[in-house]
Design a protein around this ligand. Structure first.
Ligand code: NAD
Ligand code: MG
Length: 406
Protein backbone atom coordinates (compact mmCIF):
# COMPACT_ATOMS: atom_id res chain seq x y z
CA UNK A 1 0.00 0.00 0.00
CA UNK A 2 1.52 3.32 -1.11
CA UNK A 3 0.63 6.23 1.18
CA UNK A 4 0.24 9.47 -0.77
CA UNK A 5 0.46 13.16 0.07
CA UNK A 6 -1.03 15.54 -2.50
CA UNK A 7 0.22 19.12 -2.35
CA UNK A 8 -2.35 21.18 -4.25
CA UNK A 9 -5.17 18.60 -4.07
CA UNK A 10 -7.92 20.98 -5.22
CA UNK A 11 -6.14 22.01 -8.43
CA UNK A 12 -6.43 20.49 -11.86
CA UNK A 13 -3.55 18.02 -11.26
CA UNK A 14 -4.67 17.30 -7.70
CA UNK A 15 -8.20 16.38 -8.81
CA UNK A 16 -6.86 14.18 -11.63
CA UNK A 17 -4.55 12.45 -9.14
CA UNK A 18 -7.43 11.66 -6.80
CA UNK A 19 -9.40 10.34 -9.77
CA UNK A 20 -6.61 7.84 -10.54
CA UNK A 21 -6.14 6.89 -6.87
CA UNK A 22 -9.85 6.20 -6.47
CA UNK A 23 -9.61 3.57 -9.23
CA UNK A 24 -7.06 1.58 -7.19
CA UNK A 25 -8.00 1.62 -3.50
CA UNK A 26 -6.12 -1.66 -2.97
CA UNK A 27 -2.81 -0.01 -4.01
CA UNK A 28 -3.03 3.53 -2.65
CA UNK A 29 -4.17 5.34 0.48
CA UNK A 30 -4.25 9.10 0.97
CA UNK A 31 -2.09 10.31 3.88
CA UNK A 32 -2.47 14.09 3.47
CA UNK A 33 -4.08 16.71 1.23
CA UNK A 34 -3.44 20.42 0.86
CA UNK A 35 -5.29 23.37 -0.64
CA UNK A 36 -4.75 27.09 -0.44
CA UNK A 37 -8.19 28.63 -0.11
CA UNK A 38 -10.78 26.26 -1.63
CA UNK A 39 -11.94 24.95 1.73
CA UNK A 40 -15.26 23.50 0.57
CA UNK A 41 -13.58 21.40 -2.13
CA UNK A 42 -10.90 20.22 0.29
CA UNK A 43 -13.55 19.30 2.87
CA UNK A 44 -15.38 17.17 0.28
CA UNK A 45 -12.09 15.45 -0.62
CA UNK A 46 -11.41 14.74 3.08
CA UNK A 47 -14.88 13.24 3.49
CA UNK A 48 -14.27 10.96 0.52
CA UNK A 49 -10.59 10.00 1.02
CA UNK A 50 -10.22 10.28 4.84
CA UNK A 51 -6.62 11.58 4.99
CA UNK A 52 -4.89 11.70 8.39
CA UNK A 53 -3.89 15.34 7.79
CA UNK A 54 -5.02 18.36 5.75
CA UNK A 55 -3.23 21.69 5.29
CA UNK A 56 -4.66 25.04 4.15
CA UNK A 57 -3.24 28.52 3.63
CA UNK A 58 -4.15 30.39 6.82
CA UNK A 59 -5.79 30.15 10.23
CA UNK A 60 -9.21 31.31 8.97
CA UNK A 61 -9.31 28.63 6.31
CA UNK A 62 -8.18 26.07 8.90
CA UNK A 63 -11.02 27.07 11.26
CA UNK A 64 -13.58 26.76 8.46
CA UNK A 65 -12.23 23.37 7.40
CA UNK A 66 -12.27 22.07 10.99
CA UNK A 67 -15.89 23.12 11.37
CA UNK A 68 -16.91 21.41 8.11
CA UNK A 69 -15.07 18.20 9.02
CA UNK A 70 -16.48 18.14 12.56
CA UNK A 71 -20.00 18.46 11.14
CA UNK A 72 -19.26 15.57 8.75
CA UNK A 73 -17.76 13.41 11.50
CA UNK A 74 -14.32 13.25 9.82
CA UNK A 75 -11.26 13.11 12.09
CA UNK A 76 -8.63 14.60 9.76
CA UNK A 77 -6.11 16.77 11.63
CA UNK A 78 -6.13 20.31 10.14
CA UNK A 79 -3.05 22.59 10.02
CA UNK A 80 -2.04 25.66 8.04
CA UNK A 81 0.97 27.39 6.52
CA UNK A 82 4.24 26.51 4.85
CA UNK A 83 5.76 24.60 7.77
CA UNK A 84 2.76 22.31 7.85
CA UNK A 85 3.07 21.77 4.07
CA UNK A 86 6.71 20.77 4.54
CA UNK A 87 5.68 18.46 7.38
CA UNK A 88 3.09 16.52 5.32
CA UNK A 89 5.59 16.31 2.44
CA UNK A 90 8.34 14.78 4.58
CA UNK A 91 6.44 12.79 7.24
CA UNK A 92 7.56 9.22 7.89
CA UNK A 93 3.95 8.09 7.29
CA UNK A 94 4.01 9.05 3.59
CA UNK A 95 5.85 7.29 0.74
CA UNK A 96 4.89 9.36 -2.29
CA UNK A 97 4.33 13.09 -2.71
CA UNK A 98 2.45 14.60 -5.62
CA UNK A 99 3.91 18.13 -5.94
CA UNK A 100 1.03 19.98 -7.61
CA UNK A 101 1.02 23.42 -6.00
CA UNK A 102 1.29 26.10 -8.67
CA UNK A 103 4.29 28.43 -8.72
CA UNK A 104 7.07 29.33 -6.30
CA UNK A 105 4.78 28.59 -3.33
CA UNK A 106 5.44 24.91 -4.01
CA UNK A 107 9.23 25.09 -3.74
CA UNK A 108 9.68 24.61 0.02
CA UNK A 109 7.37 21.59 0.42
CA UNK A 110 8.56 19.95 -2.82
CA UNK A 111 12.15 20.34 -1.67
CA UNK A 112 11.20 18.98 1.76
CA UNK A 113 9.85 15.84 0.06
CA UNK A 114 13.04 15.50 -2.00
CA UNK A 115 15.27 15.95 1.05
CA UNK A 116 13.26 13.33 2.94
CA UNK A 117 13.93 10.80 0.17
CA UNK A 118 10.32 10.42 -0.92
CA UNK A 119 9.04 9.30 -4.29
CA UNK A 120 8.39 12.78 -5.69
CA UNK A 121 5.89 13.13 -8.54
CA UNK A 122 6.79 16.53 -9.94
CA UNK A 123 4.05 18.61 -11.55
CA UNK A 124 5.22 21.90 -9.97
CA UNK A 125 7.77 22.76 -12.67
CA UNK A 126 8.34 26.23 -11.23
CA UNK A 127 10.05 24.67 -8.17
CA UNK A 128 12.63 22.94 -10.37
CA UNK A 129 13.07 25.97 -12.67
CA UNK A 130 13.88 28.11 -9.63
CA UNK A 131 16.19 25.78 -7.79
CA UNK A 132 17.66 23.59 -10.60
CA UNK A 133 20.95 22.15 -9.38
CA UNK A 134 20.05 22.55 -5.69
CA UNK A 135 16.91 20.48 -6.17
CA UNK A 136 18.67 17.78 -8.19
CA UNK A 137 21.44 17.63 -5.55
CA UNK A 138 18.82 17.14 -2.83
CA UNK A 139 17.27 14.27 -4.82
CA UNK A 140 20.66 12.59 -5.31
CA UNK A 141 21.81 13.03 -1.70
CA UNK A 142 18.63 11.64 -0.16
CA UNK A 143 18.04 8.89 -2.71
CA UNK A 144 14.61 10.31 -3.56
CA UNK A 145 12.93 8.99 -6.71
CA UNK A 146 11.94 11.87 -8.97
CA UNK A 147 9.29 11.16 -11.61
CA UNK A 148 8.04 13.84 -14.01
CA UNK A 149 4.31 14.50 -14.28
CA UNK A 150 4.52 17.23 -16.91
CA UNK A 151 3.26 15.30 -19.96
CA UNK A 152 6.29 16.19 -22.10
CA UNK A 153 8.82 15.18 -19.47
CA UNK A 154 6.91 12.07 -18.60
CA UNK A 155 6.99 11.18 -22.32
CA UNK A 156 10.73 11.86 -22.53
CA UNK A 157 11.31 9.79 -19.39
CA UNK A 158 9.47 6.90 -21.06
CA UNK A 159 11.52 7.30 -24.29
CA UNK A 160 14.93 7.45 -22.57
CA UNK A 161 16.74 4.19 -21.85
CA UNK A 162 16.82 3.06 -18.23
CA UNK A 163 20.04 3.17 -16.27
CA UNK A 164 21.76 6.17 -17.85
CA UNK A 165 20.66 8.62 -15.17
CA UNK A 166 21.31 12.15 -16.30
CA UNK A 167 23.88 11.21 -18.96
CA UNK A 168 21.70 11.01 -22.09
CA UNK A 169 24.66 11.52 -24.48
CA UNK A 170 26.19 8.28 -23.17
CA UNK A 171 23.04 6.49 -24.32
CA UNK A 172 23.35 7.94 -27.84
CA UNK A 173 20.71 10.62 -27.28
CA UNK A 174 21.33 13.53 -29.64
CA UNK A 175 18.25 15.65 -29.02
CA UNK A 176 15.13 16.06 -26.97
CA UNK A 177 12.16 17.20 -29.05
CA UNK A 178 9.73 18.97 -26.75
CA UNK A 179 6.31 19.22 -28.37
CA UNK A 180 4.04 22.23 -27.81
CA UNK A 181 0.43 22.72 -28.86
CA UNK A 182 1.08 26.40 -29.54
CA UNK A 183 -1.85 27.37 -27.31
CA UNK A 184 -4.94 29.37 -28.28
CA UNK A 185 -3.06 32.11 -30.16
CA UNK A 186 -0.96 30.03 -32.55
CA UNK A 187 -2.69 31.43 -35.63
CA UNK A 188 -4.16 34.67 -34.28
CA UNK A 189 -3.04 37.96 -35.85
CA UNK A 190 -0.22 39.19 -33.57
CA UNK A 191 -1.46 42.77 -33.88
CA UNK A 192 -4.67 41.78 -32.04
CA UNK A 193 -2.94 40.04 -29.12
CA UNK A 194 -2.83 43.17 -26.96
CA UNK A 195 -6.59 43.10 -26.67
CA UNK A 196 -7.13 39.46 -25.62
CA UNK A 197 -8.93 38.77 -22.34
CA UNK A 198 -7.87 36.37 -19.55
CA UNK A 199 -10.71 34.01 -20.51
CA UNK A 200 -9.54 33.91 -24.14
CA UNK A 201 -5.98 33.21 -22.99
CA UNK A 202 -7.19 30.41 -20.68
CA UNK A 203 -9.26 28.70 -23.39
CA UNK A 204 -6.63 26.12 -24.26
CA UNK A 205 -7.47 24.10 -27.39
CA UNK A 206 -6.30 20.72 -26.02
CA UNK A 207 -5.76 20.71 -22.24
CA UNK A 208 -7.95 21.80 -19.31
CA UNK A 209 -5.61 23.28 -16.69
CA UNK A 210 -5.29 25.90 -13.93
CA UNK A 211 -5.35 29.54 -15.01
CA UNK A 212 -1.68 30.33 -14.46
CA UNK A 213 -0.37 27.46 -16.60
CA UNK A 214 -3.07 28.19 -19.19
CA UNK A 215 -1.77 31.75 -19.62
CA UNK A 216 1.77 30.36 -19.71
CA UNK A 217 0.67 28.08 -22.55
CA UNK A 218 -0.78 31.03 -24.46
CA UNK A 219 2.51 32.99 -24.17
CA UNK A 220 4.53 29.76 -24.57
CA UNK A 221 6.36 30.62 -21.35
CA UNK A 222 5.10 27.20 -20.29
CA UNK A 223 7.28 25.64 -22.99
CA UNK A 224 10.15 27.88 -21.93
CA UNK A 225 9.84 26.68 -18.33
CA UNK A 226 9.66 23.13 -19.68
CA UNK A 227 12.92 23.58 -21.61
CA UNK A 228 14.58 24.53 -18.32
CA UNK A 229 12.80 21.67 -16.54
CA UNK A 230 14.06 19.18 -19.17
CA UNK A 231 17.60 20.48 -18.78
CA UNK A 232 17.58 19.74 -15.05
CA UNK A 233 15.64 16.48 -15.14
CA UNK A 234 17.61 14.84 -17.93
CA UNK A 235 20.97 16.66 -17.92
CA UNK A 236 20.48 17.84 -21.52
CA UNK A 237 22.21 21.09 -22.61
CA UNK A 238 20.01 23.88 -24.01
CA UNK A 239 21.39 23.36 -27.53
CA UNK A 240 20.07 19.79 -27.56
CA UNK A 241 16.52 20.74 -26.60
CA UNK A 242 14.29 21.66 -29.53
CA UNK A 243 10.74 22.92 -29.33
CA UNK A 244 8.38 21.61 -32.02
CA UNK A 245 4.84 22.89 -32.42
CA UNK A 246 2.40 20.00 -32.74
CA UNK A 247 -1.17 21.32 -32.52
CA UNK A 248 -2.86 17.91 -32.02
CA UNK A 249 -0.98 17.25 -28.71
CA UNK A 250 -1.02 13.52 -29.45
CA UNK A 251 2.77 13.11 -29.39
CA UNK A 252 3.75 14.30 -25.93
CA UNK A 253 7.47 14.61 -26.79
CA UNK A 254 10.27 12.69 -28.49
CA UNK A 255 13.88 11.63 -28.09
CA UNK A 256 16.32 11.50 -31.04
CA UNK A 257 19.20 9.00 -31.09
CA UNK A 258 22.52 8.97 -32.95
CA UNK A 259 21.44 6.08 -35.19
CA UNK A 260 18.55 8.12 -36.60
CA UNK A 261 15.83 6.59 -34.38
CA UNK A 262 13.26 8.92 -32.90
CA UNK A 263 11.17 7.55 -30.03
CA UNK A 264 7.85 9.17 -29.14
CA UNK A 265 5.15 8.65 -26.53
CA UNK A 266 1.60 9.13 -27.82
CA UNK A 267 -1.77 9.28 -26.15
CA UNK A 268 -4.92 11.29 -25.69
CA UNK A 269 -4.16 14.62 -23.99
CA UNK A 270 -5.26 13.76 -20.43
CA UNK A 271 -2.97 14.26 -17.43
CA UNK A 272 -4.25 11.06 -15.81
CA UNK A 273 -1.90 9.12 -18.14
CA UNK A 274 1.39 10.61 -16.82
CA UNK A 275 -0.06 10.62 -13.27
CA UNK A 276 -0.91 6.89 -13.46
CA UNK A 277 2.45 6.16 -15.09
CA UNK A 278 4.38 7.85 -12.29
CA UNK A 279 2.20 6.46 -9.48
CA UNK A 280 2.62 2.86 -10.62
CA UNK A 281 6.13 3.08 -12.10
CA UNK A 282 7.63 0.71 -13.15
CA UNK A 283 4.28 -1.09 -13.37
CA UNK A 284 1.25 0.06 -15.38
CA UNK A 285 -2.25 0.70 -14.09
CA UNK A 286 -5.53 1.87 -15.61
CA UNK A 287 -5.90 5.66 -15.60
CA UNK A 288 -9.43 6.12 -16.92
CA UNK A 289 -8.06 7.63 -20.15
CA UNK A 290 -9.56 6.28 -23.36
CA UNK A 291 -7.20 4.44 -25.73
CA UNK A 292 -5.82 6.59 -28.53
CA UNK A 293 -7.56 6.06 -31.86
CA UNK A 294 -5.10 7.29 -34.50
CA UNK A 295 -7.63 6.90 -37.30
CA UNK A 296 -9.83 9.40 -35.45
CA UNK A 297 -6.86 11.80 -35.14
CA UNK A 298 -6.08 11.39 -38.84
CA UNK A 299 -3.25 13.90 -39.22
CA UNK A 300 -0.28 14.88 -37.10
CA UNK A 301 1.26 18.26 -37.92
CA UNK A 302 4.55 19.88 -36.89
CA UNK A 303 6.06 23.32 -37.29
CA UNK A 304 8.82 25.47 -35.87
CA UNK A 305 7.90 27.99 -33.16
CA UNK A 306 7.88 31.67 -34.11
CA UNK A 307 10.03 33.45 -31.52
CA UNK A 308 8.60 36.86 -32.55
CA UNK A 309 5.08 35.74 -31.81
CA UNK A 310 6.23 34.03 -28.60
CA UNK A 311 9.00 36.22 -27.09
CA UNK A 312 8.63 34.42 -23.71
CA UNK A 313 10.12 31.29 -25.26
CA UNK A 314 13.26 33.20 -26.25
CA UNK A 315 13.47 34.79 -22.78
CA UNK A 316 13.43 31.32 -21.19
CA UNK A 317 16.20 29.98 -23.46
CA UNK A 318 18.23 33.11 -22.57
CA UNK A 319 17.69 32.51 -18.85
CA UNK A 320 18.76 28.87 -19.13
CA UNK A 321 21.92 29.86 -21.00
CA UNK A 322 22.67 32.63 -18.46
CA UNK A 323 22.37 30.09 -15.61
CA UNK A 324 22.64 30.84 -11.88
CA UNK A 325 19.57 32.59 -10.55
CA UNK A 326 18.45 33.83 -14.00
CA UNK A 327 15.71 31.15 -14.30
CA UNK A 328 14.45 32.08 -10.80
CA UNK A 329 14.23 35.76 -11.86
CA UNK A 330 12.43 34.75 -15.04
CA UNK A 331 9.96 32.60 -13.13
CA UNK A 332 9.19 35.24 -10.48
CA UNK A 333 8.74 38.02 -13.05
CA UNK A 334 6.47 35.73 -15.05
CA UNK A 335 4.32 34.81 -12.03
CA UNK A 336 3.88 38.50 -11.17
CA UNK A 337 3.10 39.45 -14.78
CA UNK A 338 0.61 36.60 -15.29
CA UNK A 339 -1.19 37.51 -12.05
CA UNK A 340 -1.39 41.15 -13.24
CA UNK A 341 -2.74 40.02 -16.62
CA UNK A 342 -5.36 37.78 -14.95
CA UNK A 343 -6.33 40.82 -12.83
CA UNK A 344 -6.66 42.82 -16.10
CA UNK A 345 -4.04 45.32 -14.91
CA UNK A 346 -1.80 44.76 -17.94
CA UNK A 347 -2.32 43.48 -21.48
CA UNK A 348 -1.34 40.06 -22.81
CA UNK A 349 1.76 41.23 -24.64
CA UNK A 350 2.86 43.21 -21.58
CA UNK A 351 3.66 39.88 -19.88
CA UNK A 352 6.78 39.44 -22.02
CA UNK A 353 7.63 43.14 -21.68
CA UNK A 354 7.56 42.95 -17.89
CA UNK A 355 9.79 39.87 -17.83
CA UNK A 356 12.28 41.32 -20.33
CA UNK A 357 12.51 44.52 -18.33
CA UNK A 358 13.11 42.68 -15.04
CA UNK A 359 15.75 40.44 -16.64
CA UNK A 360 17.51 43.55 -18.02
CA UNK A 361 17.34 45.42 -14.73
CA UNK A 362 18.41 42.75 -12.26
CA UNK A 363 21.81 41.09 -12.37
CA UNK A 364 21.58 37.36 -11.75
CA UNK A 365 23.93 35.70 -9.32
CA UNK A 366 25.01 32.24 -8.27
CA UNK A 367 22.22 29.93 -7.12
CA UNK A 368 24.31 28.97 -4.10
CA UNK A 369 21.50 28.26 -1.68
CA UNK A 370 17.71 28.15 -1.51
CA UNK A 371 17.87 31.36 0.55
CA UNK A 372 19.78 33.09 -2.29
CA UNK A 373 17.19 31.86 -4.79
CA UNK A 374 14.29 33.06 -2.64
CA UNK A 375 15.99 36.48 -2.20
CA UNK A 376 16.24 36.82 -6.00
CA UNK A 377 12.62 35.70 -6.34
CA UNK A 378 11.58 38.52 -3.97
CA UNK A 379 13.70 41.11 -5.82
CA UNK A 380 12.23 40.07 -9.17
CA UNK A 381 8.66 40.28 -7.84
CA UNK A 382 9.32 43.77 -6.49
CA UNK A 383 10.90 44.90 -9.78
CA UNK A 384 8.06 43.36 -11.78
CA UNK A 385 5.57 45.13 -9.51
CA UNK A 386 7.12 48.50 -10.37
CA UNK A 387 7.03 47.79 -14.13
CA UNK A 388 3.42 46.57 -13.85
CA UNK A 389 2.41 49.71 -11.90
CA UNK A 390 3.97 51.90 -14.59
CA UNK A 391 2.12 50.05 -17.35
CA UNK A 392 -1.17 50.11 -15.43
CA UNK A 393 -0.77 53.85 -14.72
CA UNK A 394 -0.15 54.52 -18.40
CA UNK A 395 -3.18 52.39 -19.30
CA UNK A 396 -5.29 54.44 -16.89
CA UNK A 397 -4.05 57.46 -18.85
CA UNK A 398 -5.68 55.98 -21.94
CA UNK A 399 -2.86 54.08 -23.62
CA UNK A 400 -3.62 50.55 -22.53
CA UNK A 401 -3.03 48.48 -25.62
CA UNK A 402 0.56 48.12 -26.69
CA UNK A 403 1.76 49.98 -23.60
CA UNK A 404 5.47 50.44 -23.95
CA UNK A 405 7.49 50.16 -20.77
CA UNK A 406 10.37 52.31 -21.93
P1 NAD B 1 -4.34 24.88 -10.27
O1 NAD B 1 -4.34 26.35 -10.23
O2 NAD B 1 -5.50 24.16 -10.85
O3 NAD B 1 -4.11 24.30 -8.78
C1 NAD B 1 -3.11 24.81 -7.96
C2 NAD B 1 -3.14 24.16 -6.59
O4 NAD B 1 -2.14 24.81 -5.78
C3 NAD B 1 -4.46 24.30 -5.85
O5 NAD B 1 -4.71 23.13 -5.10
C4 NAD B 1 -4.22 25.47 -4.89
O6 NAD B 1 -4.97 25.36 -3.71
C5 NAD B 1 -2.74 25.34 -4.58
N1 NAD B 1 -2.12 26.64 -4.30
C6 NAD B 1 -2.23 27.78 -5.04
N2 NAD B 1 -1.51 28.77 -4.48
C7 NAD B 1 -0.96 28.26 -3.36
C8 NAD B 1 -0.13 28.80 -2.33
N3 NAD B 1 0.28 30.08 -2.35
N4 NAD B 1 0.24 27.99 -1.32
C9 NAD B 1 -0.16 26.70 -1.28
N5 NAD B 1 -0.94 26.13 -2.22
C10 NAD B 1 -1.33 26.90 -3.25
O7 NAD B 1 -2.98 24.45 -11.03
P2 NAD B 1 -2.69 23.13 -11.89
O8 NAD B 1 -3.10 23.36 -13.29
O9 NAD B 1 -3.19 21.92 -11.17
O10 NAD B 1 -1.10 23.12 -11.87
C11 NAD B 1 -0.36 22.75 -10.73
C12 NAD B 1 1.11 22.60 -11.12
O11 NAD B 1 1.21 21.53 -12.08
C13 NAD B 1 1.68 23.84 -11.80
O12 NAD B 1 3.01 24.00 -11.41
C14 NAD B 1 1.60 23.50 -13.28
O13 NAD B 1 2.61 24.14 -14.04
C15 NAD B 1 1.84 22.00 -13.25
N6 NAD B 1 1.26 21.30 -14.40
C16 NAD B 1 -0.08 21.31 -14.61
C17 NAD B 1 -0.62 20.67 -15.71
C18 NAD B 1 -2.11 20.62 -15.94
O14 NAD B 1 -2.56 19.96 -16.86
N7 NAD B 1 -2.92 21.28 -15.14
C19 NAD B 1 0.23 20.02 -16.61
C20 NAD B 1 1.59 20.04 -16.38
C21 NAD B 1 2.10 20.68 -15.26
MG1 MG C 1 3.58 20.27 -20.12
Amino acid sequence: MQRITILGATGSIGVSTLDVLARHPERYSVYALSAHSRVDELAAQCVRFRPARAVVGDADAAARLRALLRAAGVRTEVEHGERALCAIASAAETDTVMAAIVGAAGLAPTLAAARAGKKVLLANKEALVMSGQLFMDAVRESGAVLLPIDSEHNAIFQCLPQGYGRAPAAAGVTKILLTASGGPFLKRDVATLDGVTPDEACAHPKWVMGRKISVDSATMMNKGLEVIEAHWLFGTPAEQIEVVIHPQSVIHSMVSYSDGSVLAELGNPDMRTPIAHALAYPERIASGVAQLDLTQVGTLQFERPDFERFPCLALAFDALKAGGTAPALLNAANEAAVAAFLDTRIGFRDIARVIARVMDELPHGAAASIEAVMAQDALARAAAGRVIDAIAARAAGGNFSGANTQ
